[in-house]
Design a protein around this ligand. Structure first.
Ligand code: PEP
Length: 251
């Protein structure tokens, strides 16, 4: 099955209600470009407002807690974000792993909770600059991803639909440094092999793998031309409809 390219905006901690006009513009543009699947992950505070208005784009969250509810001041569960209208959640982003000390085991518990709440998940993985330079990037990413995903036997039957993997080299996020197309191709092939190992030939071949790290309208086409790049996770350039949809149009 050939899937539509999946272009996801990660707004990070950007966006008040003033940004709703940008979400509307993205939604209008997405209605004209149905060949691409467009989604945005705003801060929690904007999920419901964007969900209520959006006709074409999916809205998601940037994280969730690993349990359904309880005495966890300041946290938000997967069930709560689903109730607010989120259709997916980004998990294991390097900023969560670094700034909040999220381990692979915690990310995996969050994934289990999100899948149980009916959400799709975007599982992030990626190496540091040091690992890239030492030549250990592929081995590290495979091990990180395998440890962050729930075991295959606990995954829902429609896992190819519910799981997207985002390869995001940490040194490329927000820096303007993009991985070379050769390095992206090598990593996506290694991730594909791992997915097939974990989920079998049929399901493992269908899971989408997207790239993230300084994707912009002017470099997007070259990245999307790399075999097995199924879309992009976009940070900075997703904050305006013009640049975000410029990337979507290149897909
Ligand atoms: C991200 O944070 O997921 C990301 C890819 O950011 P940027 O596009 O700004 O590098």
């Amino acid at each position: 099955m050939t899937r539509r390219p999946y272009i996801v905006g990660n707004w990070k901690m950007h966006g008040t209600r003033a940004m709703l006009s940008e979400a509307r513009a993205i939604d209008r543009a997405a209605q004209r470009h149905m060949k691409v699947e467009v989604a945005i992950a705003p801060p929690y505070t904007l999920i419901h407002a964007i969900h209520r208005e959006a006709e074409q784009i999916a809205v998601g969250a940037q994280d969730c807690h690993e349990v359904d509810g309880g005495a966890h001041t300041g946290d938000v569960s997967a069930a709560m974000i689903a109730d607010a209208g989120a259709k997916f959640v980004i998990l294991g982003h390097s900023e969560r792993r670094q700034n909040h000390n999220e381990s692979d085991a915690l990310v995996r518990a969050k994934a289990e909770s999100a899948l149980a709440a009916g959400l799709r998940i975007i599982m992030c993985c990626g190496e540091t600059a040091q690992l890239r330079e030492s030549g250990d990037a592929v081995a590290f990413v495979k091990q990180q991803l395998a440890a962050s995903l729930p075991p295959a036997e606990t995954m829902p039957a429609d896992i190819a639909e519910r799981l997207t993997v985002a390869y995001e080299p940490i040194w490329a996020i927000g820096t303007g440094n993009v991985a070379t197309t050769d390095d992206i191709g090598e990593m996506h092939a290694a991730i594909r092999a791992l997915l097939i190992e974990l989920f079998g030939e049929e399901q493992g071949a269908e899971v989408r793998i997207i790239y993230g790290g300084s994707v912009k309208p002017d470099n997007a086409a070259a990245i999307f031309a790399v075999p097995d790049v199924g879309g992009a996770l976009v940070g900075g350039a997703s904050l305006t409809a013009d640049s975000f949809m410029g990337i979507a149009l290149a897909a």
